[in-house]
Design a protein around this ligand. Sequence first.
Ligand SMILES: Cc1ncc(COP(=O)(O)O)c(C=O)c1O
Length: 416
Amino acid sequence: MNAMSTVSPVHEATGVFDRIRALESEYLLQNYARYPLVLHRGKGCYAYDPSGKRYLYFITGIGVNALGHAHPRLVKVIREQAGVLLHSSNLYYHEYQGPLAERLAKASGLARTFFCNSGAESMEGAMKMIRAHGHKIHPEKYEIVALQNSFHGRTLGALSITGQEKYRKDFEPLLAGARFVPPNDLVALEQIVNERTAGIVIEWIQGEGGIFPMSTEYVRKARELADRYDALLVFDEIQCGVGRVGKYFAYQLSDPVVLPDIMVAAKPLACGIPLGIIVANERAAKSIGLGQHGSTFGGGPLACRVALEFMDILDGLLPHIEQAGAYFRLKLEDLKKRFSFIREIRGRGLMIGVDLSIPGKQIVLDAMEQGLLINCTHDTVLRFLPPYIVTEREIDRAVSILKRVFRAAGKRGEAS
Ligand SMILES: Cc1ncc(COP(=O)(O)O)c(C=O)c1O
C-alpha cells in the first residue's frame, strides 16, 4: 500500500506510528496491508488516534463494534465478568451458554447452537456438519455447492468454498467436492445440485464480494433444491447477520422467510469479544454427535454474557438500524447524482456498498485523513458498516467528508 504520505502530522510528530510500524515490520508475519493509522481508543461512533484526532468509525472493525466503542452496558458486564469467571472450557456448564442459545433459537427460528470463536471457525464447523450429514446418506454425497464471488473465511475448509480465485490459488489443492455457480442464477443452481450435493452455502448479502444481495427467488430455489436432494442449506450471516440489516438475520428480509438448515454468524455478536455460532434446525443438528466437534475457548462465559447483553440492546435497535440505513442510502443517492463516477449504491440496513467506476483505494485514504474510516472491497466498492447506534448527525458528517473527498477525486481527473 502506497499510503504512508497520508499520516497525519500530529500523529507523525508523536513518533508513535513509526515505533509501532518498525516493531510490526520486524516481528509480525507480513500478511496485512494496514492503513497508516494507530487506533488508541474509542467512544461511541468515534475512534481516536494517539494524538487525539478523532475518526468516524464507519467500518466498525469490519462489522464487529456494532454498538460503537465503550458502550456503558457492555463495559459494565465485561468488568463484572472479568472479576467472576473468564473461562471454564466446555468440560463444565456455566450460566450463559444456555440462555444465549435460547435467545438465538428465538431470534433465528432455528433450534440448537454451537459456540466457537470466529467466522471461519463457524463455517468450518458447518462444513463438517454438511459432510457428516452426507456421509450418513451415502459415501459419495459430499459435494458442497457455493457461489462465485463469495467469501467464507481463511481456513482451508472455508477457503475451499470461497468463490474468489485470489484467496484460494496459493493453497490448492483444497477440499474436494466444492462446486461453484454464479449468484442469483436459478438455472445454473438447478443444473448443479444433485444427489451428490450434501450442502448449499450462500451469503445472503455477499460482503467481501462487493455488497451483492441475493434475490428472494434465488434463495427460495436453493431451499427447494436442498429439500429435493436432502442437502443442508447453509446461510453465511457472518457479515450481514446479527442486526446489520435491521433484522436479526439477513434471511429474515425475505417474505415469507426462507429458513436455512444451518446459519453461521460471528462478527458483531459479542461486539469485539471473539464469538462465532453455528445455529441449526433439529435435522441438521443431528449430523453431529458426542465428541465429533468441539472448541476449548468456544462459548466462554465472558463472550456469552456480553452477547446476551448485546441481544437485549439489539431488540430495541432494529427499527433504528433500518431507518438510519435508509437515511444514509438516500444521502448517498444524492451524492450519486453529483458524481458521475458513482455507479451504484447497494445494500440493506447499515451494510452499504458504493460502487465506483474508479479505484476506491485513494478515496479511502483521503476519507481517513479527513476523519472518516471506511474501506474498499473488490477494488472499487466503498464499504460502509457503521455502528448500529449511528445518528443522522453522524451520517451527515460522514456524507460531507465524502463530498469533499469525491470532489478532490473528480479534480484529480479520476472521474474521467
Ligand atoms: C461472509 C463472511 N464469512 C466468513 C468470514 C470469516 O470470518 P472471520 O474473519 O471471523 O474468520 C467473513 C469475514 O469477513 C465474512 O465476511
